[in-house]
Design a protein around this ligand. Structure first.
Ligand SMILES: Cc1cc2nc3c(=O)[nH]c(=O)nc-3n(C[C@H](O)[C@H](O)[C@H](O)COP(=O)(O)O)c2cc1C
Length: 411
């Protein structure tokens, strides 16, 4: 091999020259093992895909019908662009904020995700610990695979919220609410966008059941994930911790237990029973947002369940503005769906959200590397937000302003 010298002569390139060009230890990172090579949520997603069997990845990654809503949630963030302000002192960036009266180190939380032990045997326990280390809220799902008690014990210091689906059995719902309260879950999140389960075609095609059982044809596929298999076989059997359900398809299980006759009157009933902050998740219309707040909701989450329920549903980005306008400053407005970077968070805040929640982003991390992976996802969002804020000219969350967003006019 040769190299040029200043005089134009070429000399031989030695082994030592080549060795000097190689980063023998890899780029510096505090993430363990392979996670250190993940720099974006898309990288974590790719690692997740390699780590777990296809039916499990598809259950988490997929959505309703043709999945246009899943894609649109992410894509709509890209239609708005950011307008930086310059010559502002951004030598110190402070991403801290408040969620319903409690301090948090960043304006994002962990959305409720059912059955996270599918993603990694440590599931909800790993996720709540990651949220605690990040200093952000964690919402435990009714459909969780770890009990309310185990999650509380895993991270007593975390800002833990509990997400509720109203069951046909009201006494059981009420008992669950009281249990959550006694265990220190600070806020109650009522999810209202699952009157019936959405149709998830990937799950139907994969023959996905909960707890997972695999059709004979996918046994060869399982063998391609020996580490996942060994970890899963060594851990406690999977199941819903708060529910007693027969194994089966997710849609049949949800439809058996969830109450499709739930109305705003039930929200009023819950308001009377729960003294802490009450959040309504799954709001997309301004009228529904206004009614929820009139009945005493302290916050609404503009959410379409990550595109897993109604096909071709409006993206949360598109729904945010009218909900914010309807609610004004009478309640907090959060957004979830498609949040994959710190830039997305900054854009959502500039568009009127008080904070956002991430669903798949942290679950990709869990699949890729348990607690460390979920933490990696959170750190990506937090450091990405801090960098975006510096480049935008916003030293604090309060400095992120509507005029930092350029939304092209529609035809
Ligand atoms: C695998 C999976 C399971 C979910 N389970 C629940 C649940 O039990 N309760 C709930 O309110 N939302 C649930 N969601 C919706 C999330 O809370 C959140 O609205 C959604 O994931 C946000 O979109 P994102 O994944 O693009 O961030 C689930 C989402 C996923 C991906």
């Amino acid at each position: 091999m040769t190299r040029s010298t200043r005089g134009g002569r070429r000399s031989r390139l030695g082994v030592r020259d080549i060795a000097a060009m190689i980063q023998w230890r890899g780029a510096r990172s505090d993430a363990p093992g392979a996670l250190a090579s993940a720099y974006s949520i898309a990288d974590l997603r790719a690692m997740a895909r390699r780590t777990v069997p296809k039916p499990i990845f598809d259950f988490i990654d997929g959505g309703a019908g043709d999945e246009v809503a899943v894609r649109r949630n992410v894509e709509r963030f890209e239609t708005a662009s950011l307008v930086p302000r310059v010559l502002r002192d951004v030598s110190r960036i402070d991403t801290s904020t408040h969620f319903l009266g409690s301090a948090a180190r960043a304006p994002f939380g962990f959305a409720p995700v059912g059955m996270t032990r599918l993603a990694h045997p440590d599931g909800e326990l790993a996720a709540v610990r990651a949220a605690a280390r990040l200093g952000v809220p964690y919402v435990l799902s009714t459909m969780a695979s770890s009990s309310l008690e185990a999650v509380a014990a895993a991270a007593p210091e975390a800002d833990r919220w509990f997400q509720l689906y109203l069951w046909k059995d009201r006494a059981a719902s009420e008992a669950l609410i009281r249990r959550a309260s006694a265990l220190g879950y600070r806020a109650l999140v009522l999810t209202v966008d699952v009157p019936v389960a959405g149709q998830r075609l990937r799950d139907a095609r994969n023959g996905m059941t909960l707890p997972p059982s695999f059709p004979l044809r996918s046994v060869a596929g399982l063998a391609r994930h020996p580490r996942w298999l060994a970890r899963t076989l060594r851990s406690e059997p999977l199941g819903f911790a708060a529910l007693d359900l027969k194994p089966g398809g997710f849609a049949e299980q949800s439809n058996a237990i969830l109450d499709a006759s739930t109305t705003f009157a039930d929200l009023a009933w819950m308001r009377g029973m729960w003294t802490g902050p009450l959040v309504v998740k799954g709001i997309l219309s301004a009228a529904d947002a206004a009614e929820a707040v009139r009945l005493g909701a302290d916050a609404v989450v503009v959410s379409n369940h990550g595109g897993r329920q109604l096909e071709n549903v409006i993206s949360t980005w598109d729904a945010l503005g009218s909900v914010r306008a309807a609610v004004g400053d009478r309640a907090a407005v959060y957004l979830d769906g498609g949040v994959r970077s710190g830039t997305h968070i900054a854009a959502a805040l500039a568009a009127g959200a008080d904070a956002v929640f991430m669903g798949r982003a942290y679950v990709y991390g869990l699949m890729a590397g348990g607690e460390a992976g979920a933490l990696r996802a959170g750190r990506m969002l937090q450091s990405g937000l801090a960098r975006t804020m510096a480049l935008l000219g916003a030293a604090t969350i309060g400095d992120i302003a509507a005029d930092m967003l350029h939304v092209p006019a529609r035809d």
